[in-house]
Design a binder for this molecule. Structure first.
Ligand SMILES: *Cc1c(COP(=O)(O)O)cnc(C)c1O
Length: 367
């Protein structure tokens, strides 16, 4: 009997395009500047803590609420553990937010906002995927041409101040632009629904907006140990916000959503902040040097508040640069979307990575 397995899948999912992560190729000698990973390893004490925890105790379940880590984070951010939920990366929490705060089916036209996920475009390309998976409506609001925030008062037709959930990547990806906390506060004050400020790159920025999550009951701030704290592999992120919203998210997460080694690594990371702050400084110095060198070669480089650059390359199309750099064993990211298709997104690596990139760019320009 031939059952068509396709017919067993929810119709909603048939047309959903899943998120496309950057490549993780295993090519020897490849300089990997495509997924914004930190070029520096975790602090030695973090590696040691992970090694020490790797024994027969792996048979046990980890702490179900990441309680020791939440206690440490509460001290760090001067809030209560009830203001915190830890996730299997912040990606998990972004998905939980859609499930907890957005009505899946479009209700009557007058209530459409209740099922709307709103975000700026371009920003993190996971948000529309999460909305699609949930069967929610999407309201992508274009950023200005120079990737600054549009005036939401001037475009009230585009902006939905009642959207159930609004995601703001701050500083933004892939533009690298930072937003002033005062501007974000103005935006939050206009929103009747929930605002998630996704601060995945905030450790490389001049300002952060964590205070807004502790001041306003409808604002959540997302943070991650992935990018700034060199722990992508272990998947640890967290939300800060009002205890009522946080409790709703706890209700729907998996019982043991954060793996034990990740919890231990993140706790130890908080003991080693001076190590990481030194690395932030090095990355910012390399960022400045790389910005100048690429600009001198004819790239148009946006001012970055993150650990990556968005740069429009000269002479050849960006997609041709992607291939030419790959031939020289340097992997960067190119997005085939209208707003950014003329740009490359380049992770700021070590000084050596930057030198290799500059040398390769010179050769490509000379060809
Ligand atoms: C990398 C990234 C994340 C995901 O972080 P994880 O904690 O690794 O899941 C979330 N938001 C943005 C904007 C990112 O770039």
């Amino acid at each position: 009997m031939g059952v068509d397995p396709e017919s067993l899948i929810r119709p909603l999912l048939r047309n959903v395009h899943g998120y496309v992560p950057g490549e993780q190729p295993k090519i020897k000698g490849l300089i990997k500047l495509n997924t914004n990973e930190n070029p520096y390893p975790p602090a030695p004490a973090v590696l040691k803590a992970i090694r020490h925890a790797t024994d027969g105790r792996l048979r046990l379940y980890p702490n179900p609420t990441a309680e020791p880590l939440r206690a440490r984070l509460a001290k760090f951010h001067r809030c209560a553990p009830e203001n915190l939920i830890v996730g299997n990366g912040s990606d998990e929490l972004l998905a939980l937010a859609v499930r907890a705060f957005v009505e899946p089916a479009e209700l009557s036209a007058s209530k459409k906002s209740r099922s709307t996920v709103q975000f700026f475009e371009p920003s993190y390309s996971l948000y529309p995927v999460l909305a699609d998976i949930h069967g929610a409506a999407k309201n992508p609001v274009p950023l200005s041409k120079d990737f600054t925030l549009p005036d939401t008062e001037e475009s009230p037709k585009l902006w939905d101040s009642r959207a159930a959930l609004t995601f703001v990547t701050s500083p933004n990806a892939p533009s690298g632009r930072g937003y002033f906390t005062s501007v974000l506060e103005g935006l939050c004050l206009k929103q009747e629904g929930i605002v998630v400020l996704d601060e995945a790159y905030v450790d490389f920025a001049d300002e952060n907006a964590l205070e807004l999550a502790l001041r306003y009951p409808h604002v959540l701030v997302a943070r991650t140990f992935s990018k700034a704290y060199s722990l992508c592999f272990l998947r640890v992120g967290y939300f800060v916000g009002h205890p009522t919203l946080i409790a709703a998210l706890h209700k729907i997460r998996d019982s043991y959503n954060v793996n034990g080694l990740g919890q231990i690594a993140a706790e130890t990371t908080l003991d080693e902040l001076s190590y990481y702050r030194r690395n932030f400084k090095r990355i910012l110095a390399t960022r400045a040097r790389l910005t100048k060198a690429l600009t001198d070669l004819g790239f148009v480089v946006l001012t970055s508040q993150t650990n990556f650059l968005l740069a429009k390359p000269p002479k050849l199309p960006a997609s041709a640069w992607l291939e030419a750099l790959r031939e020289k064993k340097i992997l960067v990211r190119w997005f085939p979307y209208a707003a950014v298709k003329d740009y490359l997104r380049i992770t700021v690596g070590t000084d050596n990575d930057a030198d290799a990139l500059i040398r390769a760019a010179r050769k490509i320009l000379a060809q």
